[in-house]
Design a protein around this ligand. Structure first.
Ligand code: NAD
Ligand code: WQD
Length: 340
């Protein structure tokens, strides 16, 4: 069935891939984004790929009047809420910006949704809410821990707000999606991750070294108790992640309450395994140096994705090799991201 979906942060990395998947599935999409960390070019590319356009509204989730006007104008069935700030290091420097954008912004959005009687919500959470994991793999019933930075704490706070909201008003149907490490790009090479400045995350850094924009990768520590001493993560292709949102949207259409799903592959790879998989896919050498551990990093983290498989009928389909090829295609054809 065709639905009208409001996608906050829909011009961003994960939001643009999900907007594409929604349009391809025949939904009407309204994107609200303040372009703080994205470019409208991403949505033009989405239109080029699928021949359909999302309606774009430039603005902020903290702007209640704007939200009210969107809910009045469009008959919104559900909200996919991606908008927020996401740079871990920056959140330590500017905690108030993170609490204001992520926590206060979400509160304003939820207030506007309730006022418009829109109770279907998919929220972008993160595996960071598990803190230092006590067991591996991480399933949804593992207790949440203490995230090591304001960004992570903002995600955990929003999750708690959503639980309170659902207790206060049973009409809320909420999917909390805990992403592991999103990577990759659409296979067209037209949309992908376009980090501002020097990338914080591993794969964008590797691909910028490969394309010659950065000299060498710093590997943060080789003395972790892991397969080769470097950090292990569960990298998930962004197109699989987008598909998970469509499945979650379908699930909450019939299920009230708050539902938490991990979106990961269930397989961990170390930093050095990522470097060598990238080198193999791209056919280039990625110079690197081992440097001390990065503060706040954990040794390893990967998902138990069984709950999403059973309840959503979702599982990641893209291989590590797909992630590497798609990242490289995007990076090579867009060395400067969306600003050509
Ligand atoms: P992104 O920065 O590419 O996308 C976020 C979008 O939100 C951007 O387009 C930005 O301009 C917009 N935005 C920010 N603040 C806004 C505001 N106040 N009002 C309106 N728009 C605003 O990030 P992404 O990687 O696509 O992440 C999307 C969501 O997923 C975020 O909530 C992020 O915290 C979460 N998440 C990301 C990762 C990851 O590693 N990429 C992992 C787990 C969770
Ligand atoms: C992965 C591995 C690093 C860069 C972060 C956030 C998390 C979530 C996803 C939003 C680690 C190592 C990295 C580099 C390196 N975001 N590394 N050199 O830290 O698992 O997760 O992004 O919710 O909240 O914390 O991802 O890509 O930064 O690091 O050696 O230049 O690569 O130490 O082992 P991380 P990452």
């Amino acid at each position: 069935m065709k639905h009208s979906i409001l996608v906050t942060g829909g011009a961003g990395y994960i939001g643009s891939h999900t907007t594409l998947a929604l349009l391809e599935a025949g939904h009407e999409v309204i994107v609200l984004d303040n372009l703080a960390n994205s470019s409208l070019e991403s949505l033009r590319r989405v239109e080029r790929i699928c021949g359909k356009a999302a309606t774009f509204v430039e603005g902020d989730i903290r702007d209640r009047a704007l939200l009210d006007s969107i809910f009045a104008r469009y008959s919104i069935d559900a909200v996919l809420h991606f908008a927020g700030l996401k740079a871990v290091g920056e959140s330590v420097q500017q905690p108030l910006a993170y609490y204001e954008n992520n926590v206060s912004g979400s509160v304003v959005l939820f207030q506007a949704m309730a006022a418009a009687s829109v109770f279907n919500l998919v929220f972008s959470s993160s595996a960071t809410v598990y803190g230092e994991p006590k067991q591996m793999p991480i399933s949804e019933d593992c207790p949440t821990g203490t995230p090591t930075n304001p960004y992570g704490r903002s995600k955990l706070m929003i999750e708690e707000i959503l639980r309170d909201l659902s207790l206060s008003e049973p009409r809320w149907s909420i999917a909390v999606l805990r992403y592991f490490n999103p990577v990759g790009a659409h296979s067209s090479g037209l949309i992908g991750e376009d980090p501002n400045g020097i990338p914080n995350n591993l794969l964008p850094y590797i691909s910028q070294v490969a394309v010659g924009k950065l000299q060498k990768l710093s590997v943060y520590g080789d003395d972790y108790p892991t397969v080769d001493g470097t950090g292990v993560r569960d990298y998930i292709h962004v197109v699989d992640l987008a598909d998970g949102h469509l499945k979650a949207l379908a699930a909450i259409a019939t299920e009230q309450g708050v539902h938490v799903w991990n979106l990961g592959t269930g397989q961990g790879y170390s930093v050095l395994q990522m470097v060598s998989a990238f080198e193999q896919a791209a056919g280039v050498t990625v110079p690197y140096a081992i440097v001390p551990r990065r503060g706040g990093d954990i040794a390893e983290c990967w998902a138990d994705p069984k709950k999403a498989a059973h309840e959503l009928g979702w599982q990641a389909k893209h291989s590590l090799d797909d992630m590497m090829h798609d990242t490289w295609r995007w990076q090579q054809s867009n060395p400067n991201g969306f600003s050509q």
